[in-house]
Design a protein around this ligand. Structure first.
Ligand SMILES: [Zn+2]
Length: 366
């Protein structure tokens, strides 16, 4: 169990190197346990891996979907896993190679225990959750081969909280356009930074209309990056701002884009030199699984959990709603450690994760 996690951390899987090494580690692990995995590689570096435990098929299947990729780290040291004080440190230890390890080990232990399952277990670990979600989209293209499901478990770190909802996100890149000139004669140019300032003042008054969500609270908007200009004595001809909007289930992202285009139109009407455009560079829906569905109710009983939780981050789960089955996020690791320096997972939580997934498998499939 610890060995698999350490191998997965060592198999660096940031966007620049891709997921193939990591997929191979898992493929070798499944093969050694007697399970035949399927690895799909594209663009030389990107990869998904799936494995399936076939059953008699009298019950619907259970699907585990993880992501292989990790966010960048400070240096190569972060890909050399270390063990101290009952913890395993390394990039991806928490997000989410501990979850992958727990699910993969649980599945192989169930396989080796020779219990007769009535429904299949499908394991998928996909590419690019942190960037382009390309892996989960590819996986879903094989949707015809996915049988009827009882539910989906996404083993992202939740500290074993049962998570059924998270907000979506809409990332916009706003560019204001100007005209460069010598800054001793600003009247000859159009200052794109000035235009951005005008736009941002308007944006500060913009309220995204969406009712408060009982579990998730409100929509938020923050401007997180501004670039523009090159030197002190040239009027900047371009300025760019990146905006992160976190949205609620059912919220229409197209409406937000329309509203912002309306702000542009209003500004250009009053200020002829104002020019701006907008690019969507990430657009992910929110997740809200019906808390009264059988899958969630059974899980609450099984885990002796009273309250459902949310996570502040997004996952690939909203893509999986196309499978029309309940989705929960549930896994080892503290979500507060995701994407942080010195990320780690408690070794006891790894074991707890394996036992938990085995109990879930046996509850729904045995
Ligand atoms: Zn993650």
């Amino acid at each position: 169990m610890k060995e698999l996690l350490k191998k997965l951390i060592t198999a660096k899987s940031t966007l620049d190197v891709g997921e193939t090494k990591c997929a191979k580690v898992l493929a070798d692990f499944f093969r050694a346990a007697g399970i035949k995995p399927k690895v799909e590689v594209w663009n030389k570096t990107r990869a998904n891996i799936t494995a399936r435990l076939k059953s008699a098929g009298s019950k619907p299947a259970l699907l585990f979907v993880s992501h292989l990729d990790v966010v960048p780290a400070d240096g190569p040291r972060d890909f050399k896993p270390t063990e101290r004080n009952g913890r395993i440190f390394g990039r991806g230890s928490c997000d989410m190679k501990a979850g992958i390890t727990a699910a993969a080990v649980a599945i192989t232990e169930i396989f080796q225990s020779n219990v007769k399952l009535k429904g299949d277990i499908i394991f998928a670990a996909t590419a690019g959750e942190e960037t382009d979600s390309i892996g989960v989209k590819k996986f879903l293209k094989s949707v015809k081969s996915i049988p009827r499901l009882i539910g989906i478990v996404v083993p992202e770190p939740t500290n074993f909280d049962l998570v059924t909802a998270h907000r979506g996100l809409l990332w916009l890149e706003i560019t204001t356009k100007g005209k460069s000139a010598h800054s001793s004669m600003p009247q000859l140019g159009i200052n794109a930074i000035d235009s951005m300032r005008i736009f941002l003042n308007e944006l500060a008054d913009y309220k995204i209309i969406a009712p408060r969500n009982k579990l998730l609270g409100r929509t938020t908007l923050s401007v997180n990056k501004i670039t523009g200009g090159c030197v002190a004595n040239i009027i900047p001809d371009s300025c760019c701002a990146c905006i992160d909007i976190r949205t609620l289930p059912g919220q229409n992202h197209k409406q937000i884009i329309k509203d912002i285009n309306r702000i542009f139109a209003r500004l250009s009407k009053h200020i002829p030199r104002f020019r701006a455009d907008l690019k969507v560079f990430r657009d992910l829906g929110a997740l809200q699984t019906d808390e009264n569905c059988g899958f969630v109710r059974h899980l609450k009983q099984l885990l002796k959990i009273k309250n459902l939780k949310t996570v502040p981050f997004t996952t690939d789960a909203p893509f999986l709603t196309i499978l029309k089955t309940p989705i929960v996020i549930l896994g080892p690791g503290n979500p507060k450690l995701c994407h942080k320096r010195n990320e780690y997972v408690e070794i006891k939580d790894l074991r707890k994760g394996i036992d938990l997934y085995k109990r879930i498998i046996l509850h729904f499939l045995a």
